[in-house]
Design a protein around this ligand. Structure first.
Ligand code: NAD
Length: 457
């Protein structure tokens, strides 16, 4: 076992040393989970639900402290940490409310002494390799339905959200989930790679395309059920009949919330030429109103950049946009440290030769492009290798639905953005991933439908 240093990205200061796993301890944990899973699957669903309900109570009870832990290790503004934890509660309620119906055995045929039944068995031992940007959301989207449906979970939080991962483990264990049924695996990429070497029945990953593709290659020959929830370059289009101020305020928040470090952040905006200038003025005004600073302060909106290397990506996108003729309205540079900081940045006069309109920024930068009409907007929205979300702002719902039905994205928004619902499936086209979480399909994903053919003698 080695030590993993946890650093506060807002100050650059080390805040903790945590014992990390190595290949031997990962293998040992996987064996323990394998041994413990059958007994967990036999625990009546009502008892597994009671454990998750107690976990929810623990989240409510400890919420202020959990928010502080998350803010200290990720640099997420404290109000947004509280929002994430509060937003987790209806997700847990959804899973608790739906799991009985989704996993109930189904008799699909019963005639002439022949009965056919579908059983929803657990997958077995599943691994969850997770991201840091919404660690409670993306972790619990997997952990909660996986445990409810009788799986054991090996959970590797991101090395940038380790303390949060350990809090999730503490609360689940306190709530009665056995230590070997929910097992945190601690460390960075190499520890994740060690996890892939274990015998797994499902692998659920949230993170970047680059890591997701590497993982898919690594486990390809093992034929493990694989889900990859990856990045996006999410577009929005503002039509000529939209209210430019309302659209600008909604989209500025969608682009800059969580300091732009959301998989479903608005990453590029197309605006009809008739409302472009008014929209741009309102958008820049909204962004100038966002206060950057101490993530622990209640009035902070722009927090730290969690991973220092992302600053180089943002620098490169800004330099590339400037070189190719984009117009900078605000920001465009790093903010003074200590810690990792980047100013909220708005460019107009952008096009698809620029990285800022093509590659995930994952930071507080946005390009706004003028378009002549709906056809051009649809063409540009689809000019991407990603496809997580897309939005349209217009008074005309039929027009929005006509446009959105032509866009390749898993989630489609009319007059809203950067929104996730527990009732709806969360998935992406292309390099945004494979598989899904949330909705009833996101419970089913952790089960194996087994076919029973029963002939009475
Ligand atoms: P990342 O790919 O750097 O890391 C994700 C996880 O993979 C971490 O736990 C990391 O330790 C682990 N890892 C790294 N190398 C590994 C390897 N070789 N084998 C196994 N595991 C390995 O991503 P990140 O920086 O944590 O997250 C940001 C990315 O996640 C963005 O692209 C964002 O869009 C995406 N994301 C997507 C969703 C979604 O729902 N689609 C949600 C949140 C974040």
């Amino acid at each position: 076992m080695t030590q993993l240093a946890i650093t506060n990205p807002a100050t650059g200061q080390k805040i903790a040393d945590v014992l990390a796993d190595d290949a031997a301890s990962v293998a040992h944990k996987a064996q323990r989970a394998r041994a413990a899973q059958p007994a967990w699957a036999k625990v009546p669903l009502a008892e597994r639900k009671a454990c998750i309900a107690r976990f929810r109570e623990g989240v409510v009870r400890d919420l202020p402290q959990l928010a502080e832990v998350m803010t200290r290790e990720t640099g997420k503004p404290i109000t947004m940490s509280r929002n994430e934890l509060n937003g987790l509660l209806p997700r847990i309620d959804f899973f608790l409310g739906m799991v009985d119906a989704v996993t109930a055995p189904e008799k699909v045929y019963d005639e002439g002494g022949m009965t056919e039944r579908i059983e929803h068995a657990p997958l077995g031992v599943v691994a969850n390799i997770s991201a840091w940007n919404y660690p409670w959301f993306v972790g619990c989207n997997v952990i909660v339905p996986a445990l409810l449906t009788g799986n054991a979970v090996l959970y590797k939080p991101s090395e940038f959200a380790t303390l949060t991962g350990l809090e999730i483990a503490r609360l689940l264990h306190e709530a009665g989930v056995p230590q070997d049924v929910f097992v945190p695996v601690i460390g960075a990429g190499p520890v994740g790679a060690a996890l892939l070497e274990q015998k797994l029945d499902g692998l659920f990953f949230t993170g970047s395309y680059a890591t997701g593709a590497r993982i898919a290659q690594a486990v390809g020959s093992k034929l493990v059920k694989l889900q990859l929830e990856l990045g996006g370059k999410d577009p929005a289009y503002v039509c000529d009949d939209a209210d430019p101020k309302a659209a600008a305020e909604s989209l500025a928040d969608g682009a800059m919330y969580n300091t732009g470090q959301s998989c479903c952040s608005v990453e590029r905006i197309y605006v009809h030429e008739k409302v472009h200038d008014a929209f741009l003025a309102h958008f820049v005004a909204a962004v100038k109103g966002y206060k950057a600073g101490d993530p622990m302060a209640d009035d902070t909106y722009i927090g730290a950049i969690t991973r220092a290397p992302q600053l180089d990506v943002l620098d490169a996108q800004v330099a590339d946009a400037k070189k190719k003729g984009a117009m900078l309205h605000v920001g465009g540079e790093r903010l003074k440290g200590p810690g990792n900081w980047f100013a909220a940045t708005v460019f107009s006069n952008v096009d698809h030769t620029m990285e800022i309109m093509r590659e995930e920024s994952f930071g507080p930068v946005i390009g706004i492009q003028k378009v002549k009409g709906d056809d051009e907007a649809v063409r540009l929205m689809n000019d991407t290798r990603y496809g997580l979300t897309a939005g349209v702002y217009t008074h005309d719902r039929a027009r929005a639905e006509r446009i959105l039905s032509q866009v390749n994205a898993g989630s489609l928004y009319w007059n809203c953005c950067d929104r996730v619902s527990p009732r709806l499936p969360w998935s992406g086209y292309g390099d945004s991933g494979i598989g899904l979480t949330l909705s009833t399909y996101g419970i089913e994903a952790f089960t194996r439908p087994r076919a029973w053919h029963l002939r009475s003698a």
